[in-house]
Design a protein around this ligand. Structure first.
Ligand SMILES: Nc1ncnc2c1ncn2[C@@H]1O[C@H](COP(=O)(O)OP(=O)(O)O)[C@@H](O)[C@H]1O
Ligand SMILES: [Mg+2]
Length: 360
């Protein structure tokens, strides 16, 4: 199966942590830039080597041109998300007055909250995506997403934040019925920890910040609706990156039904890091019996892993057969440099029609 890429502008890669979202986002970016499109990769947590390959410096979220071989004028740009700095910008935008803005930004709990509250990183990624989508500078926008525990966190983040800042939460802080159902485990744990560190006075202060947030919720809600619209748009391709295992399969099934209820559909599933079949045996001269036994144990391990994965690949393909499913083998070498990245995208990317041959 293939993926229609020509009429798509936004490519959003979601999925659980560690499956390869960041690497694949970079890979797609390289592919589209090579196909002639002016492309931005909005990345979140690139491994150090990948950041180097993309020319990204930590804590800089300025756009960084990434020179590709044969391109005089850069087509590929990378931008790294800095949640703290991004939230500062958001607060400035949503605040109803300069005083309210300064009060929130200077509150000693504000920074801690941005770091620990469940959903802030996801929210910032979505916000930045909207910024690029509303602008006209880029023809392709690739969005890597933060390492959520669960792929669905990404979509519910703006809503959760709006809910957090809601009056109902404030009421809770004033001793009303707990509304902790609104919070996810991560948030609960973070609040507990913060309370432990700062004492019970913490809740009081948090209440003050929330009062300051009051009135900004409308802005957050509106953005949430815009994100949902963007995800529903026919020019957006929403790809789930995951791994062929039972846990990931069950999680994906649940995720599909969650987003379906929101009217959002996936464009495809990428199963990454699939083991190639291991050879049955390795013959080499002069192998000691011990070494032969060790090699045989390792081969057995890989065969078992391959067989397990094959079961779950088949299950994905059977259960989700109306979706294109792409498979990527686990590479034995690092996948950080630009040429290895170009090699990873599991589907063909359409060339831009008017690509002048001289410039590429
Ligand atoms: N197909 C693959 N083969 C080998 N290594 C891979 C592959 N895909 C990703 N990796 C490696 O796996 C690690 C995690 O990938 P990353 O893209 O950071 O995941 P995520 O963004 O989903 O947390 C990185 O070290 C990356 O180089
Ligand atoms: Mg990542």
């Amino acid at each position: 199966m293939t993926l229609e890429t020509k009429n798509k502008r936004v490519f959003l890669l979601g999925g659980p942590g560690g499956v390869g979202k960041t690497t694949l986002a970079a890979s797609l970016g390289v592919q589209f830039a090579k196909a002639g499109y002016k492309t931005v990769v909005l990345t979140v947590d690139p491994a150090r080597r990948l950041a180097q390959a993309l020319g990204l410096k930590t804590f800089s979220f300025d756009l960084q041109p990434v020179p590709l071989e044969g391109q005089n004028e850069p087509k590929l740009f990378a931008s790294m998300l800095d949640t703290q700095r991004y939230f500062d910008k958001l607060i400035s935008r949503f605040a109803l007055s300069d005083e309210q803005r300064d009060r929130v930004l200077n509150h000693r709990f504000y920074r801690i909250m941005v770091d620990h509250l469940g959903g802030t990183h996801e929210y910032a990624a979505m916000e930045r995506l909207l910024e690029f989508a509303e602008g006209s500078e880029f023809e392709k926008i690739i969005v890597d997403t933060p390492p959520s525990q669960n792929a669905a966190d990404l979509l519910s983040a703006p809503q959760r934040l709006a809910a957090f800042m809601d009056n109902s939460v404030l009421k809770w802080f004033q001793g009303q019925k707990p509304v902790f159902a609104l919070f996810r485990h991560g948030t609960k744990a973070a609040l507990k920890l913060l309370e432990k560190i700062f004492g019970s006075e913490f809740l009081q202060s948090l209440g003050e910040v929330l009062t300051d947030f009051d009135g900004m919720q409308a802005g957050f809600r509106k953005r949430h609706l815009q994100v949902i619209e963007l995800l529903k748009s026919s020019s957006t391709s929403f790809l789930l990156v995951t791994y062929p295992s039972e846990a990931r399969f069950l999680e994906t099934r649940e995720f599909l039904s969650t987003i379906k209820s929101q009217g959002i559909s996936l464009s495809g599933i990428i199963l990454n890091r699939i083991e190639a079949p291991a050879p049955k045996e390795v013959s080499a001269a002069n192998l000691s019996q011990d070494d032969a036994a060790r090699i045989s144990a390792i081969l057995g391990y890989y065969s078992a892993m391959h067989a397990q994965q094959a079961i779950w690949v088949a299950e994905f393909e059977k259960t989700m057969r109306d979706l294109p499913i792409f498979k990527i083998e686990r590479r034995n070498t690092q996948v950080h440099d630009l040429s290895a990245l170009a090699d990873l995208t599991p589907f063909q990317v359409d060339l831009k029609d008017d690509t002048p041959h001289s410039s590429s």
